[in-house]
Design a protein around this ligand. Structure first.
Ligand code: UDP
Length: 443
């Protein structure tokens, strides 16, 4: 059994690249060699060329790029188009890469299952890394059963609005909150097919812990919690946007537990009137705020224009933040979050209470865990016009930061969650077991 050499292939979106990069760092620290595959497009977008020069200590991690089959100027926001193009371009390139680099294990994120097929044909081990929660993964695995039991139809739509349990010891889930809610039939079919391909992965690693969502692991024995992944440096390396670190000095000047941090991840776009309402809500708060406003790439006229009466004098606005560091800064009071799984873990590992503002995908399920299971946050309610009003935001922020029990539960949750990744912790043992398995270069 030699040193494992892992070929890490993320779906080329930020929400997959970042966590797989974090896992790669953790694996490299444990002595694994990693070859991390970008598309040519994401390699340039994350400016990996400069990263490679400046991070030679990362020498266990090598980057490489493969074409995604599209022209440089093609629109990559159409996910189905990008993944179809990748599927018809990349698989032929993989066998040579695997053989030349003496790869012992291929590790993919969801929608890159084709690489597990290639690995399988070559007799190389393969595993999935899921950047979402184990509960989301469990729900995806349950698609055939859910269709069979008439809970969803063949297009993934709930046959009626009801609450169900995927397994006896999991929390109730609203059938309208499944991660594929809102998918087209084509997207849903692709997802269901992909889940079958991913069965080729012997392990389904999840950035989670046994205690955060204990029931989810009974759905499939392949799901292996290895989180929380806590590498601070790695986000910066794989980010599509340059982190604005001036906010850290700004945070140093704020009183302890005073700052409201607002960030909605890498994909969610906020409608113009809601954006303006949020801006005015932040003005209304008698508190400093740190707000991540990504340059809007939306073609529906949502250009993140601030309302004319927005003052913003108590706040700091940045285009992209060093989020993990922020959530561990003593001046942070609470996190207004879209509840993406990575942000959820960032907040949990910072011991920060949440105000939940889910948009789509798995975010509503994550919100249920935050508010109803772990009880470390509150939801925000929409008014009769579907707007989260400035009054609602102010009321909930004040209620949240004044709630000592929520804060104490957040700190406790931080402690128990982090413990899993320390030496001897449950996730750490799982990771050791995975590394041993990945060292053995045959099926
Ligand atoms: N993130 C960051 N800076 C920001 C906002 C987000 O580094 O200003 C990172 C965050 O740490 C997380 C990722 O972006 O790793 C967002 O992932 P998540 O699953 O929360 O949401 P998604 O972007 O997939 O919707």
């Amino acid at each position: 059994m030699g040193t494992p050499h892992i070929l890490a292939i993320p779906c080329p979106i930020q929400g997959h690249i970042n966590p797989l990069m974090q896992l790669s760092h953790v694996l490299a620290k444990h002595g694994c060699k990693i070859t991390f595959v970008h598309t040519e497009f994401t390699y340039k977008r994350a400016n990996i060329a400069s990263t490679e020069q400046h991070n030679l200590e990362e020498s266990h991690i090598k980057f490489m790029m493969l074409p995604d089959g599209l022209d440089p100027e093609d629109d990559r926001s159409d996910f189905l188009k990008v993944s179809a193009s990748i599927r018809s371009t990349m698989p032929d390139r993989l066998p040579k890469l695997i053989e030349d680099s003496e790869i012992t294990c291929v590790l993919v994120t969801i929608s890159m299952g084709w690489a597990l097929e290639v690995a399988h044909k070559l007799g190389i081990r393969g595993a999935l890394f899921c950047p979402a929660s184990a509960t989301s993964l469990a729900s995806l695995t349950s698609i055939p059963t859910l269709i069979h039991d008439g809970i969803i139809d063949s297009q993934g739509r709930a046959t009626k609005n009801q609450e169900i349990k995927l397994s006896p010891n999991m929390p109730l889930m609203d059938t309208e909150d499944f991660p594929w809610n809102g998918f087209s039939k084509l997207m849903f079919d692709r997802l269901a097919q992909e889940m079958q391909t991913l069965e080729l992965g012997e392990w389904w690693l999840c950035n989670t812990t046994n205690d955060l969502e204990p029931g989810a692991f009974s759905i499939s024995p392949k799901i292996l919690p290895i989180g929380p992944l806590m590498s601070n440096e790695s986000n910066n390396i794989s980010s599509f946007w340059q982190e604005d670190t001036t906010c850290l000095q700004w945070l140093d000047q704020q009183p302890p537990q005073s700052v409201v941090y607002v960030a909605f991840g890498s994909l969610a776009t906020i409608e113009q009137n809601q954006f303006q309402e949020l801006a005015l809500a932040l003005d209304l708060l008698n508190k400093p705020f740190l707000w991540v406003v990504r340059p809007s790439n939306d073609n529906k006229g949502n250009n993140n224009a601030y309302p004319h009466d927005f003052v913003g004098s108590k706040g700091k606005i940045v285009a992209w933040a060093p989020q993990k560091k922020i959530l561990n800064h003593p001046s942070i009071a609470c996190f207004i979050s879209h509840c993406g799984w990575n942000s959820t873990l960032d907040g949990v590992c910072g011991g920060v209470p949440f105000l939940c503002w889910p948009f789509f995908g798995d975010q509503k399920i994550n919100k249920s865990y935050i508010c109803d299971v772990w009880k470390v946050g509150f939801g925000l309610d929409k008014d009769e016009n579907g707007l989260i009003s400035r009054g609602e935001i102010r009321k909930k922020v004040e209620k949240l930061v004044g709630d000592k029990e929520v804060k104490s539960r957040s700190l406790k949750l931080k402690e128990t969650t982090i413990y899993n990744a320390l030496d001897g912790g449950h996730s750490s043992k799982n990771l050791d077991m995975f590394i041993k398995w990945a060292s053995n270069n045959s099926l």
